[in-house]
Ligand binder design. Structure first.
Ligand SMILES: C[S@@+](CC[C@H](N)C(=O)[O-])C[C@H]1O[C@@H](n2cnc3c(N)ncnc32)[C@H](O)[C@@H]1O
Length: 276
């Protein structure tokens, strides 16, 4: 196979569309449903979704709490919030407000929310204790939090394969950011992050669910355009990209079944409560 069929995926402007078209339906949307099952939202509740990105969890939360509820989505990326705002809301859903805000300090009122959600955001926050403290501050007494953080990259066969392909094809400093989403330490540290900020009823679950790239290796490879190394890969010359494609084909081969890349992902999900 030549490099050409996948070359067009790697443009800087392709990052948002790769996230939207490849990551969202296969990863973030199904995982949002898992997170919201744990949050057990009730009609009329007020929900704050931190690191909302394109509003993945916020939009389903709005559907679940219905018109009497309310949702605020916060993210420090103006580009992400613009994408979230442009999305239509589901029929019968609560209104969603979006705010450009870091996780800490967070632009949200004290004691205003029944539930805080955060899907795959905590691992990126520079001051995690401060971010968890902000979640606590924004919750009403008795309010709940549900947050998901991927397990280490060794538990994510597709990402581990691509990480190996990147490491063998690129200098370390260029390949290194790919694994960023998978660098939260241990599950016990995740639980401790919440107990340490005054939460009670802290409970941890390790959840595994399938990940399929039905478009096979090309689609799995194209997904790199939505990863933390998207810009680096976009800037590679044709020879370097061909080397990466060849390494990816070799590393992904064990995951290919009937022309599809079929694997799974594993996330820790923590739920906790603010004392009433
Ligand atoms: C992997 S995405 C997850 C987005 C969303 N929760 C979803 O499920 O689609 C991580 C998000 O965290 C946001 N983020 C990273 N660091 C942040 C910070 N310090 N404060 C607020 N948001 C942050 C990014 O802009 C990005 O939208």
């Amino acid at each position: 196979m030549t490099d050409e069929p996948v070359a067009s995926c790697f443009s800087v402007s392709g990052v948002a569309s790769a996230y939207e078209e490849i990551y969202l339906p296969r990863i973030f949307i199904p995982w949002a449903r898992v997170l919201l099952e744990r949050a057990a939202l009730r009609p009329g509740e007020a929900v704050l979704d931190i690191a909302t990105g394109p509003g993945t969890v916020a939009r389903f939360a709005a559907e679940q709490v219905g018109r009497r509820g309310r949702v605020l989505g916060a993210d420090f990326s103006e580009a992400m919030i613009a994408i979230a705002r442009a999305k239509p809301q589901f029929a019968g859903a609560a209104a969603i407000d979006y705010v450009v805000s870091p996780a800490a300090p967070l632009t949200a009122d004290d004691g205003a929310f029944d539930v805080v959600t955060c899907q795959q955001g905590l691992q990126f926050f520079p001051d995690r204790p401060a971010a968890v403290r902000e979640m606590h501050r924004a919750l009403k007494p008795g309010g709940r939090v549900a947050a998901a953080v991927w397990r280490e990259i060794g538990f994510q066969p597709y990402f581990a394969a691509m990480d190996s392909a990147l490491r063998e094809s690129l200098p370390d400093h260029q390949a290194e950011p790919y694994g960023l989403p998978f660098r939260w330490p241990k599950a016990s540290d995740l639980a401790a992050a919440f107990t340490g900020q005054g939460f009670t009823d802290v409970s941890l679950a390790e959840v595994r669910r399938p990940l399929t790239f039905e478009g096979g290796m090309r689609q799995a490879f194209a997904a790199v355009a939505a990863s933390p190394v998207a810009t680096t890969v976009a800037g590679l010359d044709a020879a370097a990209r061909a080397r990466l494609w060849s390494a990816a084909q070799r590393r992904l081969a064990p995951l290919v079944i009937d022309g599809q890349v079929r694997t799974h992902m594993v996330s820790n999900i923590v739920t906790a409560r603010k004392s009433g």
